[in-house]
Design a protein around this ligand. Sequence first.
Ligand code: 5GP
Ligand code: ZN
Length: 113
Amino acid sequence: MSDCIFCKIIDGSIPSVKLYEDDQVLAFFDISQVTKGHTLVIPKDHHESIYELPEKVATHLFSVIPNIANALKRTFEPTGLNLLNNNGKDAGQTVFHYHIHLIPRYGEPGLHG
Ligand code: 5GP
Ligand code: ZN
C-alpha cells in the first residue's frame, strides 16, 4: 500500500529502529514510546486489521512474539508487559496496517488496582 506508513517502514523509505526482522514479520520501536521499549510487531504483508489477517500470517506473527518479549525483558528489565491490538478507529486504531503493541511496564499499578 503506497500510502501506508508501516509499508513505508518495511520498504525502508521511512526510518525505524528495528528489533526483529524475518521474511514475514518486522518489530520496531513505536515512535511515541508509551513506556521505555514500546514496540510494534507487524506482518510485512499489508492487512488492515485482525478481520483480514490470514491464519498463516497470524500464526507466524504470534510465534515470534515470545522471543521479542524476552529480548525486551532482557534489555529493559520491565516488571510487566502488555500486548495490545486496536482494530478499527472506534477501538483507537490510527494506522491501518495490522500491528500488535508490546508495552513494557515498570512498577505501575495494574489495570485492576
Ligand atoms: P494504533 O493507534 O493504530 O494502535 O497504533 C499506531 C502506532 O503507530 C502509534 O502508537 C504511533 O505512535 C505509531 N506510529 C505512527 N507513525 C509512526 C512512525 O512513523 N514510526 C513509528 N515507529 N511508529 C509510528
Ligand atoms: Zn501497510
